[in-house]
Write a protein that binds this ligand. Structure first.
Ligand code: URA
Length: 433
């Protein structure tokens, strides 16, 4: 088999056989194929796409490039969640403890942030002492004892994806439905859960800008998961403004704890987290209807069991559980700077991507993979889309390093104003099973 022939076939829009796909993935992972040939094939896939069969073959080949986790020692169905990511997206920290508290085991592997979006691993890392890279034994112990486990993705899970993702990152080939599907689903299948709920983000700051593309990505991932016997559901959710009031790692932990305490229950972040958790409870067999599952979610908030589960997970994995009740124990910023509205009006839009970049510049995110984060810095978003604001009202609080001078005009420029009141589109755009 020659890599040249595979590239040529795909350049002309042909389909690759499962053997050809496996040849490529194995060669790329082993380093026996030159990067330029993998890069050329990736670009051809971006333009020509892949059939469902090819996407399945790619997912399997990437899954089988590494280790597969065996979760069978933990009883019951294991239910995972994946979000395609957005600024301020912190649903894992909320729904993981809720689902676990309601009796369904929730094993999750998460990523570190890069660029304008944060990563769940970094948010957990803001809890002092919490071990965010668990060994397999620690992961299984956490799942068995608290029904919740979250760890950074280990290098031995789908190593072919790591290699190909790094190439995609530098060759503008990330935004391809079959490549995203195979990348995400290979890791999810290797992770060993029985069921997966997807939160596919749609909007100007997401990978998928239109409902049509987001639906196609969701359908592609659902088809691949189901073909491998995984129970699948997908929600397509709007992504434009930041999700919730916090951007930045320790601030995001605070916001999640507040929601688990029962605060901010009517916000989009809470509603989205509760809905995803309810879907997971139905998939995990803890409820037969979505309504029943939603009621259970509310009980876990009201009786404190969801927050208690988070405390137990943190303590078991070396973290300072007291920091969840006393936020002064979490990393703090050196100074807080208020940004005030320079006019009166209604907030028509908030540019989440721009705020994500501003937060990264503060030190909350990584420009480069090797950057060290400042876990205490970030942005508290005070203005909400649709809100009426008077000139001089605080729209953002910047939590910055001591002595930093953030560009206030750039913060002002993230808001789009309207003179008239407007209605916000719903956060849930579509559901797929
Ligand atoms: N996240 C992944 O893990 N892979 C992609 O291709 C895109 C987002």
């Amino acid at each position: 088999m020659r890599m040249y022939d595979l590239i040529y076939t795909k350049k002309l829009g042909g389909a690759l056989s499962p053997e050809e796909v496996a040849f490529w993935v194995q060669g790329a992972a082993a380093g026996t194929l030159p990067d330029e040939q993998s890069a050329a094939l990736l670009m051809a896939i971006c333009w020509r796409g892949m059939t469902t069969e090819e996407t399945l073959a790619l997912t399997l080949a990437m899954r089988d490039s590494g280790k597969r986790l065996d979760l069978s020692s933990v009883p019951g169905l294991k239910v995972d969640k994946h979000s395609t990511g957005g600024v301020g997206d912190k649903t894992t920290l909320i729904l993981g403890p809720i689902v676990a508290a309601c009796g369904v085991a929730c094993p999750m592997f998460s990523g570190r942030g890069l660029g304008h979006t944060g990563g769940t691993v970094d948010k957990f890392a803001a809890i002092p002492g919490l071990k965010v890279e668990l060994s397999e034994a620690e992961f299984l112990r956490s799942l068995a004892e608290t029904k919740f486990a979250n760890s950074a993705q280990t290098d031995d899970i789908a190593p072919a994806d790591k290699k190909l993702y790094a190439l995609r990152d530098v060759t503008a080939t990330v935004e391809s439905i079959p490549l995203i599907t195979a990348s995400i689903m290979s890791k999810k299948l290797a992770g060993g859960a029985d069921a997966l709920v997807l939160d596919v983000k749609c909007g100007p700051t997401a990978f998928m800008k239109t409902l049509e593309d987001a639906t196609a990505l969701a359908q592609s991932m659902v088809a691949v998961g189901q073909a491998h016997g995984m129970q699948m559901r997908a929600l397509i959710t709007r992504m434009d403004a930041p999700l919730g009031w916090a951007i930045g790692n320790a601030l995001e932990v605070m916001e999640c704890v507040e929601i688990l305490r029962g605060e901010h229950g009517d916000t989009e972040l809470a509603q989205m987290s509760f809905r995803l958790a309810a879907e997971m409870l139905v998939m995990g067999g803890a409820a037969t209807t979505l309504e029943g599952a939603q009621a259970r979610v509310q009980v876990s908030i009201k009786d404190g069991s969801a927050l208690a589960t988070l405390r137990r997970f943190v303590a078991l994995n070396g973290g300072d559980a007291a920091s969840l009740d006393d936020f002064s124990r979490l990393p703090q910023a050196g100074q807080i700077i208020a940004v005030r509205a320079d006019r009166a009006g209604f907030v028509a839009a908030i540019d989440g991507r721009a705020l994500g970049i501003l937060a990264m510049d503060l030190g909350a995110g990584r420009r480069d993979r090797n950057d060290i984060l400042d876990l205490g810095v970030g942005i508290r978003v005070r203005a909400q889309v649709g809100q009426q604001v008077a000139a001089g009202d605080i729209i953002y609080e910047i939590h910055a390093k001591a002595g930093a001078t953030p560009p206030l005009a750039a913060y002002q420029a993230t808001l789009t104003w309207s003179d008239a009141a407007l209605t916000q589109a719903p956060w849930l755009l579509a559901t797929l099973t």
